[in-house]
Design a protein around this ligand. Structure first.
Ligand code: 6R9
Length: 652
């Protein structure tokens, strides 16, 4: 049992002594990382193999009008070589990837580093044969199969920039991202089995490409063997093309600041933006956080349950673990198939040592009862992690007591697509934890809390406000794809000289951080970021919809649910059929994760006299907390609020 003191769970002496960092080591390393970032990152950059070693470490500016972020800018390297080739001599026969398929009836795969090398090289040569060159964009729309990792690493190997679109996104969303990055090739599979059902990925790709361009090629992995509509001039089967290519492909020499990948993410305004991560700083930081946050040691089996379509899958299924020569587990399925014990069955089967998942999954499984966990031997677990949203203490305690049997440290990792890796997290051998707090910053990270309206930094230990970061860290995003102005506007304009996270936070009297949620119009549904503006623009694109406002509301499993207020066109009658139609519309337009949970027919929306929708009021009504609506005196038509309250959809 972990001992507690003042409500904090303490690392055991035994764990601390074997860990990469105990409390004293963390403190010493943290202090040196902020006092001398050049020296610190100069030293730790050498955890990566460079082709041409860097002489410059940090060259970063958050100054208004000159947002410029460079790390290791004169060094050259290849990320795939760091994730594969450099391990061949020492661990060529060690398993690099354990693949657990959707159905427990099917065999798992164990792919060694040698096999990974051959598979990635072949994949890279196939991409080259399809005309992909250094700097070209490649879009991945893939199930969780080893080929998704091969495709990422093959792109990195030849210097192509990958952009992964989560396979749960619709054909339309996929099309927009292919067009947005002007991609040459889309990589997909025939179908994607998940939870016993199959999504027809190739069909979605055909539909997406039909609307976008007529010269984008498609590389198809055979996963299910189902029939697919084939475009004879543009489609290539991987298994056929791979027969004719060599299993060796020399890695391209990349500059540290060459882009490694683009990943689209939702913001408070407009359509999702392409977050750009580069090569050197990203891989240094992904590998270092993977090692320290999870206290990963040689021989451990590491499992991150995310999808490679999200940043967590990029940094902690593929890049961080493989750069460290780890054994990383990739799971194709879902936590509740064939039953709610699947996660724990997989942990037992593959003797998982570090397990990393999202609070939404924990809450869903918690509701099914402890018996699904108790059936399995989880004694190999050494560290449990969470990511994606604040974890409520109830879920934290269940994770701690039922999964960890009271003696496995939990790391609550706070970070973002934009940050590339963990920014705040406990280290399991160093940091006493408090349920619900992401505790303290990682090396080199300087969080600050600002007063929201004045933008002044609050210097007292206990503080609450908006969360910003004072200085750069190596895996920080560098720009928005082809829109540096949007980068500056989104992250550096509201609070000058700081990186603005979009999150609110509280710092307690021990200096521990508690994320209070987004302060912008982004909602977090099952750990997935969704811009309310995106759902609104989808709804208003429907011919029967005049206007719409979307807000989040507390949801027991998902964290937040999507609540849509919809004003219909004159003469259109609300009906259950129309409600279904709108749900399907958004699902098709963006993807299943954007489907509104609740739709309220709103004859009018509360607006200021200047026509601004008062979202604060809409949030309160959606939360069923309309007793405290605050100041409504600036409303143009106060009576619309009465109607919205009377017909609210979420009643406790
Ligand atoms: C990695 C990832 C980022 C947003 C972030 C915050 C929320 C993530 C969290 C957390 C509280 C944690 N978030 N981890 N909130 N505690 N441990 O999730 O990236 O999809 O870009 O989302 O998620 O609001 O700003 P991304």
């Amino acid at each position: 049992m972990l001992e507690t003191k003042n409500g904090m769970y303490l690392p055991t002496d035994d764990f601390a002594s074997k860990s990469h960092a105990d409390q004293a080591t963390y403190q010493a390393m943290y202090d040196s990382s902020v006092e001398d970032p050049e020296g610190f990152w100069g030293e730790h950059g050498r955890r990566i193999d460079w082709i041409k070693p860097y002489t410059k470490v940090k060259n970063t500016s958050f100054a208004p009008g000159n947002i410029d972020i460079r790390w290791y800018e004169d060094g050259t390297l290849n990320v795939a070589a760091n994730c594969i080739d450099r391990h061949l001599e020492t661990r060529g026969d060690q398993t690099a990837i354990i693949w657990e398929p959707d159905s427990p009836e099917d065999d798992a795969l164990h792919i060694t580093y040698k096999e990974l090398h051959a598979n990635v090289c072949k994949f890279a040569n196939v991409l080259k044969d399809m005309g992909v060159k250094k700097g070209d964009r490649v879009v991945l729309y893939m199930p969780m199969i080893p080929e998704a990792a091969y495709a990422m690493l093959a792109s990195a190997r030849i210097g192509a920039i990958h952009s992964i679109v989560f396979a749960g996104f619709s054909a339309d969303a996929l099309g927009a991202r292919v067009a947005g990055s002007n991609a040459k090739v889309v990589i997909t599979s025939d179908g994607a089995p998940r939870g016993g059902r199959v999504t027809n990925l190739k069909d979605n790709v055909n539909q997406a490409l039909n609307n976008v361009a007529d010269d984008v090629k498609c590389l198809v992995v055979r996963r299910t063997g189902q029939q697919v509509a084939w475009r004879h001039d543009l489609d290539v089967w991987l298994h056929e093309a791979a027969q004719n290519v060599s299993d060796d492909c020399p890695p391209e020499e990349m500059n540290a600041e060459d882009p490694l990948f683009i990943l689209y993410t939702s913001g408070s305004t407009g359509q999702p933006k392409g977050v750009v991560h580069t090569t050197g700083g990203y891989i240094v930081y992904a590998s270092m956080t993977h090692q320290y946050t999870f206290d990963y040691h040689d021989g451990d089996v590491f499992w991150c349950t995310a999808d490679v379509g999200w940043v967590t899958g990029h940094s902690y299924i593929v890049y961080g673990p493989l750069a460290n020569g780890a054994t990383t587990l990739m799971f194709e399925g879902v936590p509740t198939y064939p039953d709610a014990g699947r996660f724990w069955a997989v942990c037992e089967k593959h003797k998982v040592n570090q397990f990393y998942t999202a609070p939404t999954a924990i809450r869903a499984l918690m509701g099914k009862g402890p018996e699904f966990v108790e059936k399995y031997d989880l004694s190999d677990l050494k560290v449990l992690g969470t990511v994606g949203e604040p974890i409520n203490p109830e879920a934290w305690n269940w994770y701690h007591n039922v999964v960890g049997k009271g003696n496995v440290p939990i790391v609550d990792t706070w970070w973002q697509t934009e940050t590339g890796g963990h920014l705040m997290t406990p280290l399991p051998g160093a940091t006493p934890t408090k349920p619900g707090s992401c505790t303290l910053p990682f090396f080199g990270v300087q969080p600050v809390i600002l007063e929201p309206t004045t933008g002044e930094e609050i210097h007292t230990t206990a503080a609450e406000g908006v969360l910003c970061i004072k200085d750069s860290w190596p895996a920080q995003m560098r720009t928005v794809w082809e829109d540096h102005e949007r980068f500056e506007k989104t992250y550096f304009a509201d609070y000058k000289n700081y990186y603005f996270t979009g999150d609110g936070a509280r710092r307690d009297e021990d200096g521990y951080y508690w994320i209070t949620g987004r302060v912008d119009d982004v909602i977090n549904v099952s750990g997935h970021r969704m811009g309310t503006a995106e759902v609104e623009s989808s709804l208003v694109a429907h011919p029967k919809v005049a206007e719409s406002a979307v807000v989040g509301y507390p949801h027991a499993i998902k964290g937040q649910g999507i609540y849509a207020y919809v004003t219909l066109m004159n003469g259109v009658e609300p009906s259950e059929e129309l409600r279904k139609e709108l749900e399907t519309w958004v699902r098709k337009d963006i993807g299943p994760i954007a489907k509104p949970d609740l739709i309220q027919w709103a004859p009018g929306l509360p607006k200021t006299r200047s026509g601004k929708i008062m979202r604060r009021i809409l949030r309160k009504i959606a939360e069923d907390d309309f007793g405290a609506l605050g100041d409504t005196s600036t409303l143009a038509e106060p009576e619309v609020v009465e109607d919205l309250i009377a017909n609210r959809m979420n009643r406790h």
